[in-house]
Design a protein around this ligand. Structure first.
Ligand code: G6P
Length: 362
């Protein structure tokens, strides 16, 4: 049928969409390049960010995880205070708002009911909204004041992959543009760095055998799996855990490296897999300390680190990229590990039970 044609030679949409990430990265670079070949966004969007005293990112699921990374970008590059909220909570449990808030909705589909409920409410309150979405003309795009597109192409697999990396990239471009407009020195040549990212993603997509083997070694029979990371790696760990649980039904949870010992370490048994990310120099020693803590209690750690920060215990070393942009690269092994874990467990990779691609009920 038609969907088979679209899948081409791929057994699943998810694998195809993981593989498309280098291409999407290059499409985004093209789409956001201005005449000076620098990455830019519409000046009215930059003006809206400049005028805001605080940004409120609203999203669900994977898009929420991209929002957490986006907060880091907006605060570290543009120095604009940013909060990230799960849409379903925000609508009933609204925090005290700043004087001039700007709302940023992140939604692959642009149709998620929980996010839309917040958009309707904040528009009623008279506030401005920007939607970052993959679907032009979607509800969240039409009802917001501004839209930034992801240019990821249709995402069919329920588990989101290329939309996540597209969201993180567009958030980096937005934060960088706002930083420039606000006169902040960023020392970040984003076109160049995103080009490096595209190449690194390609290298990871070529290393599928290694991630299939990791899935085999760690996840074939396990009941649960923990993901740890510190700083920006923590947010990627949350996304890695979500990918794994969504499609393999392994109970997977992501934690800040330092937090596991405050409770969850009680769940560590002999052989419990713990995926640890180590891509950040400032926390490299402390995350490795956390790995030792769980290993001493019987855990089976799988360290994924970055070139320049690696040590001999690491299971996989990703290519070196700019320290702010590591989520774009470190998430790829986690997507592939989740894919192969689900495959080995005979799960329906593209259509996991109980889940929908886009949830249009509250
Ligand atoms: C559903 C999907 C998730 C997605 C979430 C938000 O739960 O299964 O993959 O992250 O909705 O979707 P959105 O389209 O708003 O990004």
């Amino acid at each position: 049928d038609a969907s088979d044609i679209e899948k081409g030679t791929y057994p699943h949409y998810m694998l195809k969409e993981i593989d498309e990430q280098p291409l999407v990265m290059r499409k985004i670079i093209q789409a956001y390049q201005n005449e000076q070949e620098q990455l830019a966004v519409d000046s009215e969007i930059v003006e809206a960010l400049k005028a805001a005293d605080r940004l409120y990112i609203i999203a669900c699921g994977t898009s929420y995880h991209a929002g957490l990374v986006g907060k880091q970008y907006l605060e570290s590059l543009a120095k604009i205070p940013t909060e990230v909220h799960v849409a379903s909570e925000f609508v009933y449990n609204m925090p005290l708002l700043s004087k001039n808030p700007l709302f940023i909705f992140i939604s692959q589909s642009g149709e998620t009911a929980d996010s839309r409920a917040v958009l309707v409410k904040v528009k009623e309150m008279g506030y401005q909204a920007l939607t970052i979405t993959n679907v032009q003309g979607s509800t969240l795009s039409r009802e917001a004041d501004y839209t930034l597109l992801l240019h990821a192409g249709p995402e069919i697999a329920v588990a989101s992959t290329k939309a996540y990396t597209a969201q993180v990239s567009v958030l980096a471009i937005l934060a960088h543009a706002a930083a420039e407009a606000l006169g902040m020195k960023t020392n970040l040549n984003l076109v160049h760095e995103l080009g490096i990212i595209a190449n690194a993603m390609e290298m990871l997509c070529d290393a599928k055998d290694e991630f299939e083997q990791i899935a085999r070694d760690y996840l074939t029979t396990t009941r649960n799996c923990f993901f740890i990371g510190r700083a920006i790696d923590y947010y990627v760990g949350l996304e890695g855990a979500l990918k794994l649980k969504e499609i393999s039904y392994i109970q997977a949870e992501g934690f800040a490296g330092g937090e596991l010992k405050h409770g969850t370490i009680a769940l560590i048994e002999d052989g419990t897999p713990v995926m640890a990310l180590a891509t950040q120099e400032k926390v490299n020693l402390s995350i490795r300390g956390n790995v030792k803590e769980v290993a001493a209690r019987g855990a089976n750690p799988c360290i994924i680190s970055m070139k320049g920060l690696e040590s001999e215990d690491d299971r996989f070393v990703i290519p070196a990229v700019h320290e702010l942009l590591t989520p774009l690269v470190s998430v790829v092994p986690l997507q592939l590990i989740a894919y192969y874990a689900a495959l080995h467990r005979d799960c329906d990779v593209d259509k996991p039970r109980n889940l929908a691609k886009s949830v249009t009920v509250e």
